[in-house]
Write a protein that binds this ligand. Structure first.
Ligand SMILES: NC(=O)c1ccc[n+]([C@@H]2O[C@H](COP(=O)([O-])OP(=O)(O)OC[C@H]3O[C@@H](n4cnc5c(N)ncnc54)[C@H](OP(=O)(O)O)[C@@H]3O)[C@@H](O)[C@H]2O)c1
Length: 310
């Protein structure tokens, strides 16, 4: 496993990290979840991403139990807030940042997270209030560094322009061979300001592994067939994307890689990307995905990939 520095922070994160959206505490049973966490550590993954909203606290609670007994300094732990935990508990106000951070720490069984992220931008709270509260969280030692997810360039710039504001070190965008909208603006803006990218759904929820086929029902035991986990797939699992995957198959074969490795090596080709956050429902997937670290795609292969998905 190779490691990269996360933006201007002192965090060194594994190129492949383990996410927990829809899986831990929700669609994947605890025994399989624990096996995934063990497989992550076995393969050198040191970076785990979660959020208070995943399973309404259940993913954090699962991780609190699964990580118990491991040296706290042996992994980098990231969580987030923003989405409604109750009708009134939502957003990025000072009160919510204080309250949700404490609740996350309690569920995670730790007294600090390495990275505390704003899961989305909160248009209902003055940005200065959010930034001040994030600064307090860092000063208190409960959050070592701060980040955001899916903020627009103007929102990022507005935060950077606040004098004395705490410093963001990470951006968490959706990014994969078939989801590139943040590449032109967010990547260069962040790079200029010491903000690294930790990218989500790099396998497009499994679609880029090639296991879903045009004209065939989704295979049993996949996210697309899970009542708990399929809710966000319909927008992506369509003939257009499956045709792109079909055009990627011979390219992966030419590269001597699995499609999953091709997809992960593709996001990691960008130096702005510190880590690809991958979800998993079984430990074999974690091991396979971790082995994508360090794989390099030639310029010819990159051109072929661009043409395949154009
Ligand atoms: N900031 C945000 O707004 C946001 C949004 C979404 C996600 N995230 C973060 O990003 C993480 C990753 O998102 P994701 O789970 O959608 O990403 P993903 O890595 O693109 O998809 C993961 C899913 O693909 C399947 N899979 C993984 N490896 C495989 C392999 N080698 N072969 C075959 N199937 C494989 C598994 O599903 P099955 O086995 O069930 O098919 C797995 O749960 C999340 O856990 C979360 O931490 C953040």
């Amino acid at each position: 496993m190779k490691y990269r520095k996360l933006g201007a922070s002192d965090l060194s994160v594994s190129e492949i990290s383990l996410g927990s959206w829809l899986t831990f505490g929700l669609g994947v049973d605890d025994a399989a979840g624990r096996a995934c966490v063990d497989a992550a550590f076995d393969s050198g993954i040191n970076f785990i991403d979660t959020s208070n909203i995943y399973g309404l606290g259940a993913a954090e609670a699962f991780l609190g139990k699964a990580l118990k007994g491991r040296a706290r300094s042996s992994y980098v732990l990231a969580t987030k807030l923003f989405f409604p935990m109750t009708e009134t508990d939502k957003g990025l106000s000072r009160a919510q940042i204080r309250k949700q951070l404490d609740l996350s720490l309690e569920r995670l069984g730790t007294d600090y997270v390495d990275l505390y992220q704003c899961h989305r931008y909160d248009a209902q709270t003055p940005l200065a209030e959010t930034m001040e509260a994030l600064g307090e969280a860092v000063k208190s030692g409960k959050a070592r560094w701060i980040g955001f997810s899916e903020w627009a360039p103007a929102q990022i710039s507005a935060a950077l322009a606040i004098p004395g504001a705490a410093r963001f070190v990470s951006s968490q965008p959706q990014y994969s061979i078939i989801a590139r909208r943040h590449e032109p603006e967010v990547f260069p803006l962040c790079a200029k300001h010491g903000i690294g990218q930790i990218v989500w759904s790099p396998l497009a929820q499994g679609i880029l592994t090639g296991k879903y086929k045009r004209g065939a029902p989704p295979p049993a035991g996949t996210r697309a067939t899970s009542p708990d986990m399929s809710g966000f797939m319909s927008h992506w699992l369509n003939d257009e994307n499956l045709a792109k995957v079909d055009r990627l198959r011979p390219i992966a074969a030419q590269a001597g890689m699995t499609l999953a490795h091709l997809a992960l090596a593709w996001v990691l080709r960008r130096p702005e990307v510190a880590s690809a956050i991958v979800g998993a429902s079984r430990p074999e997937q974690v091991a396979e995905n971790a082995a994508a670290s360090g794989k390099i795609l030639s310029a010819d292969l990159l051109r072929a990939i661009d043409a395949a998905v154009a």
